[in-house]
Structures are given as C-alpha cells and as structure tokens.
Design a protein around this ligand. Sequence first.
Ligand code: SF4
Length: 472
Amino acid sequence: MSETDTGRIGDGAQAGTDTVAGETLVRVRGLEKYYYENDTIVDTLLGRETESVKAVDGIDLDIERGETLGLVGESGCGKSTTGETLLRLREPTGGTVEFDGRDVAEFSDTELTEFRERAQIVFQDPFSSLDPRMTIGDIVTEGLTIHGLPEETPPDTSRQAARRQRAEELLERVGLSADQIDRYPHEFSGGQRQRIGIARALALDPEFVVLDEPVSALDVSVQAQILNLLDDLQDEYGLTYLFIAHDLSVVRHICDRVAVMYLGEVVERGDTDDIFTAPSHPYTEALLESVPRADTSEQGRRVDPLSGDVPSPRNPPSGCRFRTRCPEIIPPAGVDTDQALYRNVVTLRDRLERGEFGTERFRDGENDDEAFKQSVREEFGVDGLSGADADTVEDALEVLANGREADAAQRLTDRFESVCETDAPADHDCGGGQIAACHLHRDDSREPAPDANETAIESAFDDTPADLSDDA
Ligand code: SF4
C-alpha cells in the first residue's frame, strides 16, 4: 500500500516492501481463554462450584511474515476466540502472544494503540459488522479518526479531506467506486459489504490481518472474488494473514500452512499441501472426508460423518479430546477386535459413564433381560466379539440389565480402556514440519493404517474451482 500524498496513515503495510519471509511476526505459546460460569457472589454463597469453559486451551502458533496461516475446525472449536484473543480484543486467561518480538500483554497504552494500527480484523458477517447508520466513508475512516491520523497533511488539505481521499482510494482498491462513499451499508450486496469491511481493515496500513471466516456468509461465486482480492492485497502490501475457516476447500486455495483445531486445542499443523494430501491426525482426515468433491465420479461416494458424541468444552474428555469420536482410537494390548467394533464398545461405555445411556429406552414393556441385552447389542453394534472381549461385554450387559450402569461402565473400562483416554497426546513430528497430537505417531504405537482414501482426497482437490480464477 503506497503512502498517500495525504501524509502518513499508519506504520504498517509499508512493510509490504520490507517483508522478510521466514521471520515470525506472531508467536503464540500456551494461549488460553476460559470463560467461567457460577462465579458470582450468589453462586459462592450457595456453594456452587465454578465451571470453566475452555474455549482455547493452551495452543501454540507461529505466523511468519507474509504468509497465510489457516486455522480450521468445526463451529465452536475456539477458532474465532483464538483470533480475537491474539489481537487482545479479549484478554487471555493464560499464555503469551508476541507480536514482532514483543509480548502484547506488556504493551503500554501507547504501544497498544500502535499495535491496533498494525493488527486488524475482518469479521465473518458483512451485514452485522457494519454500522447501518454510518456512511461507508465514515466506516472506512473511523479507525483513522480514532487514531488521529493522518498526523500530517499537505498544505491546504484538512485532515478530514485527507481521510476522505484515503477512503476513496481504498474503496477503489477493493473493487468499489469512490462515488459510493456517501452511501449506506444497506445499499450494498453481501460481497460488496465484505469489500467495505476489508477497506476498513486496511485503512490503518496494518501488517497483520485476522480474517475471521471472511467468505463463509457469501455465495460461492462471490467467495472466489473476495478470495482473489485478499490474495492480491496480500501480494501488494506484504500482509500477513490468519485465515479462520471451517470450509477446507477454501483454505486449500489461500493458505500456505494450516493449523487444525478441535475443542480448544490445535491437533495438527503443517504445510497446506501436506495436510491435504497426507493428513496425520484422524480428525483432519475426517474433516477432509466431509468436503464435497468436484469430481462427478466421486459425488456418489459414501461420506462417513464423524461418529460419537460431540463433547462439551465445559467437560472435555480426558486424554485425547477427540477420542469420543475418533474412528482410530487405540485398543489396549490384549483386546482382539476390529476397529469399528472396538469403537462401538467404547461409545457404549462413554454413554454409561456420562449417565446418558437411558435404560428405559431398551425396556419395551415387560421384556425380559435377554431381550433387553439384545436390544442394547443391536443399538450399539457390539455383537461379533469373541473370547474375553465378548465375555466382558456380556458381563457388563448382565449387570446393566439389573440397573447398575456405573458397574457396567467400570467392567467395560477395566478391559477396554484406551491409552487415548488415559494420556493426553503430545505433539509428534510426522516429518516435513507436519506436527500431529495423536498417539498413533508414538514410537511404541502401531503404525497408522494406510490411508485408503488418500488418493480420493487428493483427487478431491485436484480441480481448482473455475470460479476461483475469476476476479471481480
Ligand atoms: S490420540 Fe487416539 S483418540 Fe486421539 S486422535 Fe489419536 S488415535 Fe484418535
């Protein structure tokens, strides 16, 4: 972004020409953001226990200058909270965020103001993120007004005129017309509003922009235009992006590296191509499997939705948080059953442990214990075991038929407990800078099963959607 003849705007995007690839601009270590429930004085007087919701729970990220890091995962996994917390729009519960080598928590008021010029955000919803009572000129220049910019103006040019000129330049640059500066947001389409949001974010010449699901509220054809615009702006101004998304097909085309989040934690990170062609974490594999395929020969394929129950961040599972849904959860030594059957037994045990089994559902009138046990076997798919595994399940069903849910759960735990629930997985280097937090990559673990879907996953992304090549 060129410094305009209206004088200094900000200190940031001039870095476009100064960008040094490979330097870390944002370094996040152990970032935590918890929300607390039952923590009022009344709750304390009533003896209620404080509950924490761990929206972000100890994540590490490095974002290098000039790159786009994708942060992906299902809704509610903590992606947006991460973006807002590392911009200090929310105060972290723990951990550190360094921006350009400085801990943002230690910024003075002046330094924080400067940081807010250098780091900006584009929000997901282009309808609610623009004040309907302001003209788009006022929206784009609001940051300049708040920060008292530009500091200097050419002779015979008021500061207000300089701001307006800046807004007109930005509107033109994001694909709108300077003539539209006095219009209101409701006069624009969704894609045009997102362009206004981007112009607003660029007004202060930032170096770093958090793009929080910037295209997920837009039609596919408009998404392509906005993605191309973001790509061009990055090249032109040397911007560094954190691109938050749940749509993996979008991420592939704009991100250099990807970090995958699940329930407040980063479970895998690596180069985009590596993540897409050879995912190392079962959750990443499942996310990729759920992406619609462009190839017509693949459109009839069976898509296995993630099995198991989505856990609450109030009470995340022990060990690996993905273990209640993981199709590759690791059986303990001595258990001799196929993976799907083992998964089913563990799901039955989890339901019992959480008190969500619902015994009455399996009691059809006056049915006897055998009928009760058979309906549980059919519902959870735990038929087909053999040896000690079958004996344990039979034993558990027997005590369950007597209404002893906790006992049944304990019997299943005693035999089927997985390392995935007793030990939180550490980060494992899977080669080429790809890191996955999964016990499958421990030296003493079994090798992960060859990915039968790998070819299918690759082909799913072979075709660059035509609409991604067509800028507005
Ligand atoms: S640690 Fe276990 S449960 Fe977690 S992703 Fe790996 S295999 Fe699945």
